[in-house]
Write a protein that binds this ligand. Structure first.
Ligand SMILES: [Zn+2]
Length: 478
């Protein structure tokens, strides 16, 4: 039985059912995702992997916001840089978001995030969004003003139940046209935004416009899952107004319940400060990889703290994560290298292994407690290493298998073995190639060429073929 802390009830609640429908708020593709964003995506991945390990079936969606204030501003800049290149601004918007979308998928792969079942993109669900707008108008909770449509939050009795926002501050009759605002400013929010000017708009009964950000998730969830969902995840900063507004829209528009469990993961700090471009402590995953940080170490670091705690990204924390990863890899390799002899399995070790697997799963079942699960893992590593010491790296076949199976069991959630640098073309070379392909897709040719040269120096040339890019070892005469 899995228990998860529900932001709605502020208590741990059991997860019920065998097929779980999960929706996780994903990136706005106006930039490369930063390490704080990845905390939220790795958290969604741990949830997914834990549920699967426990035997649930999971259908998991993570959306991409490819139309909002930020992406439209990016598209406008693009047309100013290269006037005449794009047929219209919608075209420029697609061109602007494409490389960031591609980079996002590459980054998920780099961090070994299990594939999601759905990646809905907002621009592909406009009719569903307009349908929801009409439902809300019919229900009397939405109204039009100057071509935009707003949600009248005073019409929903339990508005604020997720964030427990103070509705006393609600400024009746005032409204917000922007997607983001804070808790001290509760107002009617925009569902459909009049946009006759910029050219990024779709036709509607209310005139040309585009969806509000909050509307996007509600409509896509309904379109994909056709009913209420079991779990909705996101960062804590999304509780208000984004998720509060999703609840208001979906419950009023479609009727009945919307989400059973709301799960939110905390912020990531860098050197104990909030990450910001101006503070110079803003890192995308790509920045970190360019500094020589390894994806498996970043993944481990993000797993090492409970999702409900703030974590601090620092050189020290990364060193600790690296030590943790190395322990796992060296035991894995030691187990592979150990001589496999005939004879009976070590009964004590078999019991220890079974207990460790059960305890690991149980710790995760308790609201995804990754730090306690990792403590189980390291205690097991200690016992396994001392057995190998005692047996001088020679184990009965069955015992060696037990060791391997147990590490594999842990890894179904940790997801680190796949990232282990391999002999031959190392994971870091593959990483460089992925990076170079992403740079090329983003038309950053200076960077793409620099990465090509790095690979050449390492003794590999890139072969670009119809089926993709490959690395080939350069033959030397020596
Ligand atoms: Zn969302």
């Amino acid at each position: 039985m899995i228990q998860l802390f529900n932001t709605l009830s502020r208590s741990k609640e059991p997860v019920e059912g065998s097929l779980l429908r999960i929706y996780s708020c994903g990136p706005t593709v106006y930039n490369y995702a930063h390490i704080g964003n990845f905390r939220s995506y790795i958290f969604a991945d741990v949830l997914n992997r834990t549920l699967r390990l426990a035997g649930y079936r999971v259908e998991h969606a993570m959306n991409l916001t490819d139309v909002d204030d930020k992406t439209i501003n990016g598209a406008i800049e693009l047309t100013q840089k290269e006037p005449g290149k794009y047929a219209d601004l919608k075209n420029a918007l697609a061109a602007y978001t494409a490389p960031f979308t591609e980079a996002f998928f590459a980054d998920l792969k780099t961090l070994n995030v299990v594939k999601f079942d759905y990646h809905p993109r907002a621009t592909e669900y406009i009719p569903a969004m307009l349908d929801l707008v009409e439902r809300l108008i019919k229900k009397g909770v939405a109204y039009e003003q100057d071509g935009s449509v707003y949600y009248r939050i005073g019409e929903k009795k339990d508005y604020g139940k997720l964030s427990r926002v103070d509705l006393e501050k609600n400024k009746t009759g005032t409204r917000y046209n922007t997607d983001e605002y804070d808790k001290d400013d509760v107002r009617d929010f925009v569902l459909w935004k009049a946009e006759p000017q910029t050219g990024v708009h779709w036709h509607s009964a209310h005139g040309d416009g585009r969806p509000g950000w909050h509307l996007e998730c509600s409509a896509m969830i309904h379109e994909i899952f056709k009913g209420p969902i079991d779990i909705h995840t996101g960062g804590v900063d999304l509780i208000f107004p984004h998720h509060e507004n999703e609840i208001a829209q979906s419950e009023a528009g479609y009727g009945g319940a919307f989400v059973k469990h709301w799960l939110h993961c905390e912020h990531l700090l860098v050197d104990n400060r909030k990450m910001s471009k101006s503070a110079g402590n803003f890192y995308t995953l790509r920045d970190l990889l360019n500094q020589g940080k390894r994806p498996e170490v970043i993944r481990y670091f993000l797993l090492a703290a409970h999702y409900s705690q703030k974590i601090n990204f620092s050189a020290d924390a990364l060193h600790q994560a690296e030590a943790g990863v190395e322990k796992m890899y060296s035991l894995w390799q030691r187990g592979e290298r150990a001589a496999k002899k005939a004879g009976e399995a070590d009964a004590d070790f078999a019991q220890t292994s079974l207990d460790a697997r059960k305890k690991f799963t149980a710790e995760l079942a308790d609201d995804l407690n990754t730090p306690r699960a990792l403590a189980v893992v390291h205690e097991y590593f200690r016992v396994a290493n001392s057995l190998l010491d005692k047996e001088k790296d020679s184990l009965p076949m069955a015992t060696a298998q037990e060791l391997q199976e147990t590490i594999r069991h842990f890894d179904r959630v940790l997801g680190l073995i796949d990232l282990m640098p391999k002999a031959g073309i190392g994971a870091d070379l593959q990483q460089l190639l992925d990076e170079r392909n992403a740079a090329r897709a983003a038309k950053d040719f200076v960077r793409a060429d620099a990465l090509r040269d790095t690979l050449l120096k390492a003794g590999y040339k890139i072969l670009d073929t119809k089926t993709g890019s490959h690395l080939e070892k350069i033959k030397t005469d020596a």
